[in-house]
Design a protein around this ligand. Structure first.
Ligand code: FAD
Length: 423
């Protein structure tokens, strides 16, 4: 039924992926209604790294200045060995900005989420809380969602941005999240509590260690420090149901450097994030229902591209809608959804699948012990700071159409490393 209040598109899920997709579609002239299960919009109070392939999109949305004002443009990403704190390699983020044209930003999740929420409000997105979507179905000329409690809503298209445990994904594949046995602890605290501890004030620092890693970076114009501590849970490996618990945290970092051990007591211990991804899938579209963000491609977070990919998804879909210059009629938005969704599905799953598999490989590479750790360190130390082989395919402009022959992902030649005198 075409009624005056029916939106053109429904977005399910008001995380960063859903909000950014709603904004992107609204900017192309569509009427969008977004349904979020939670009673209030919000995000976890920790940090996010936003690489140039996404700050480029924030700039296109007119949101980059606000994001930079609320966040931090760090000077370097420094990778260190978690055991001896020796520097292994670094990225010069000013040079990186010159290469890719847009900065590498770190920002509080709540701030980025808030930027999108306010932009959606300004753009006229209809935001609905407390709608728990339990079913999706295609109907003539569109798609319908049903909510717990019995109500329903429909539009020409439904974008499912409902996260790792997506209900909509079940339309396309019968799969489950893949547990990695790794768990993340987080903290965001006033920088003053750590000043003088040797914490880098202007850098993202990643300590990579045996079965663990530890990340620190500044937030909120340097007033806060973000910390992430990630480790492999012995309880998970033993098959216990209750794994990754705080009693495992400190033991996991036994044998790491003083810098990490100063940071560990500051981690939040009342909440932790068991780390799951899913195997890549190439089919994200069922009729007029399309997956987006973690619903389509939840990664392990080692490349810091999960939220970034979600924001890219919405932008790519909207660019294909916009390219049609749709002519609205009384009955429809005029968008050729079959064409727009096919174009979206032709380009995004291939890229996001590569990120998922590469993130798994990076996790393995970071967490080596013994001789493999020494080989890893030798390889990273020999890397030229200004070699962009490993970042070009990620941080370059977001593709709108599939490459004819995608560049192969560079592989990590760990086994060919000659070990001299161990460091
Ligand atoms: P979500 O954020 O999961 O949002 C889904 C939304 O849908 C939620 O609001 C939820 O309430 C709602 N919802 C769910 N089910 C329903 C339903 N049935 N009906 C209605 N609403 C529903 N990414 C980066 O880019 N950079 C980083 O530095 C980075 N660091 C990370 C560090 C850690 C420790 C972790 C765990 C992840 C990290 N990520 C990072 C990944 C990133 O957080 C996620 O990929 C991103 O938040 C996914 O956004 P989303 O909107 O797709 O999903």
């Amino acid at each position: 039924t075409a009624d005056a209040h029916r939106p053109d598109a429904l977005v399910i899920g008001g995380g960063i992926g859903g909000l950014s997709a709603a904004l992107a579609l609204t900017r192309k002239g569509l009427r969008v209604r977004l349904h979020e299960r939670a009673a209030r919009f919000g995000e976890v109070g920790a940090g996010l790294q936003i690489a140039p392939n996404c700050t480029r999109i924030l700039a296109d949305h007119g949101l980059l200045d606000e994001a930079v004002a609320l966040g931090v443009l760090p000077e370097h990403i420094v990778m260190k060995d978690a055991v001896d704190a020796g520097e292994l390699t670094r990225l010069d983020l000013q040079d990186l900005e010159r290469r890719y044209g847009f900065p590498y930003l770190v920002i509080h999740r709540g701030d980025l989420h808030g930027i999108f929420l306010r932009a959606c409000e300004r753009g006229g997105v209809e935001l609905v809380n407390g709608s728990h979507c339990v079913a999706y179905e295609n109907i003539p000329g569109g798609a319908r969602v049903t909510f717990a409690g019995g109500g329903s809503d429909e539009a020409e298209v439904v974008i499912a941005a409902d996260g790792l445990h997506s209900v909509a994904r079940g339309l396309l594949v019968r799969d489950e999240p893949v547990g990695s046995a790794y768990v993340a602890y987080r903290a965001a605290l006033p920088f003053d509590e750590v000043r003088g501890n040797g914490v880098h004030e202007r850098d993202v620092v990643v300590y990579v260690g045996p079965r663990c890693h530890f990340v620190q970076y500044p937030l909120r114009a340097g007033r806060m420090l973000n910390q992430v501590a990630v480790f492999e849970s012995p309880k998970a490996l033993a098959g216990e149901a209750d794994w990754g618990t705080p009693d495992e945290l400190d033991r996991a970092f036994d044998g790491t450097c003083a810098q990490i051990r100063k940071g560990l007591p500051l981690m939040w211990r009342d909440r932790w994030w068991r780390m799951f991804d899913r195997d890549p899938i190439t089919n994200w579209v069922d009729g007029r229902i399309a997956l987006l963000g973690d619903a389509a491609h939840p990664p392990l977070q080692y490349m810091a591209q999960g939220a970034v990919m979600a924001i890219e998804d919405g932008w790519v879909l909207a660019e294909h809608v916009g390219a049609q210059r749709p002519r609205r009629s009384r009955r429809s938005s005029g968008v050729d959804w079959a064409a727009a969704l096919a174009a979206y599905e032709a380009v995004r799953p291939e890229h996001c699948g590569r990120v998922i598999t590469t993130a798994r490989a990076w996790g393995e590479f970071w967490h080596h012990d013994g001789t493999r750790r020494l080989r890893r360190n030798a390889l990273l130390r020999s890397r030229d700071t200004y070699d962009y082989t490993f970042t070009d395919w990620i941080y370059g402009p977001t593709a709108l159409t599939p490459e004819q022959e995608p560049e192969p992902c560079p592989t990590i030649p760990l086994d060919s490393v000659e070990l001299g005198t161990p460091a």
